[in-house]
Design a protein around this ligand. Structure first.
Ligand code: SF4
Length: 349
């Protein structure tokens, strides 16, 4: 068998094999980020990537090309590696997008990995996003390499020397400072004329919250103390506000506190449907705990888990324990303001 493979690779049939491989590139479909939209565009009817001998395919074991479509996170790095390992030889890798080169717009993200640290890369396609034409050009370059064995790209690139201490001027610098005292200001000078909102504020008086204000047409902010957040949420539920749209945490290190906020709305009462209530409470940063609302609003459950992963805020009563969103090796609480970035990973040599 080895003799046969050797003959195919180097004997008189070798040019035919190279020719066949050149026109039979089957990129495995592994969309990891927004570059995937350009990938789809390149293979849709306008550009019709298939006419240059590349057809995206859904099963890793029968493909020979993997196109990394943009950003790779710590979690997806493992998926990329497993997919690549399942592909039969010979196999090739093209990385498209600034995120895949050196992080792109996420270059200082806690979560980003260079694909070239995970799999061997044949070609990079710069851009954010690269155009479908650029992707097809990358595929053509790979075909040229397959046919001739020449790995040179015909494009002119700047000679980027990404060595520590020798960064080219146009690369972004690490953010050294964060605002000492970030704050959230509600502009009270503007009166919002909103009849439904005014009626709602009247009906909310029974809730006895610390502060309530119409912040925009269809938005009301309700500030409560952390120990009353469940009680107020239960009352809102009885009034017809039946789901949580999002759960957020705002980190204010200079003030030693977090603000935990729930955006609450209604699917069941027609006139409440456009209304969004911002129910929020402050908790101390030293003891970041607050009661979970997941039994009152089940849609809050996953978002509370996310906030616990990203900020280390514990939602007492949420049944989930442990890491949910992030890869196991992700550092603790990466969205806290005082999180220290390991920047060398993204811009170093
Ligand atoms: S390079 Fe731009 S388009 Fe591509 S994944 Fe990154 S942000 Fe998205």
């Amino acid at each position: 068998m080895d003799e046969f493979v050797k003959f195919i690779n180097s004997g008189v049939l070798a040019p035919f094999k190279r020719w066949g491989t050149k026109w039979s590139l089957w990129p495995v479909h592994l969309v990891t980020a927004c570059c995937g939209a350009e990938f789809a565009h390149a293979f849709a009817c306008g550009y019709d990537g298939e006419r240059i001998g590349a057809l995206s395919y859904g099963i890793a074991r029968q493909t020979n090309l993997i196109i990394v479509e943009g950003a790779i996170t710590r979690k997806m790095a493992k998926v990329l590696r497993i997919t690549w390992e399942q592909m039969p030889d010979p196999k090739f890798v093209i990385v498209m997008g600034a995120c895949g080169l050196n992080g792109g717009i996420f270059w200082n993200g806690y979560n980003l990995v260079k694909p070239s640290e995970v799999v061997p890369v044949d070609f990079f396609i710069p851009g954010c996003p690269p155009t479908p034409e650029a992707l097809l050009r990358g595929i053509r370059q790979l075909q040229k390499k397959l046919e001739t064995g020449d790995a040179e790209s015909s494009a002119d690139f700047y000679d980027l020397k990404l060595k520590k201490g020798k960064l080219p001027k146009f690369l972004p610098k690490s953010p050294k400072k964060i605002s000492v005292n970030p704050c959230i200001v509600i502009d009270r000078r503007r009166e919002v004329d909103w009849e439904t909102g005014k009626k709602l504020l009247e009906s909310f008086k029974v809730l006895k919250v610390e502060n309530m204000v119409i912040t925009a047409k269809n938005r009301i902010a309700l500030r409560v103390s952390a120990d009353r957040i469940r009680e107020v949420a239960s009352e809102l539920r009885k009034m017809g506000f039946d789901h949580v749209k999002s759960v957020n945490v705002i980190d204010l290190p200079a003030e030693g506190k977090f603000i935990v906020e729930y955006h609450i709305s209604s699917y069941s009462i027609r006139e409440f449907m456009p209304v969004i209530l911002n129910l929020f409470a402050e908790i101390p940063r030293a003891k970041p705990e607050v009661d979970s609302l997941s039994d009152i609003f089940p849609s809050a459950d996953y978002m509370e888990r996310e906030m616990q992963d990203l900020f280390g805020v514990v939602f007492r009563g949420n049944p989930w324990k442990g890491k949910f969103l992030l890869a196991p090796d992700t550092p603790e609480n990466p969205l806290r303001k005082d999180f220290k970035l390991q920047e060398e990973v993204y811009v170093g040599d």
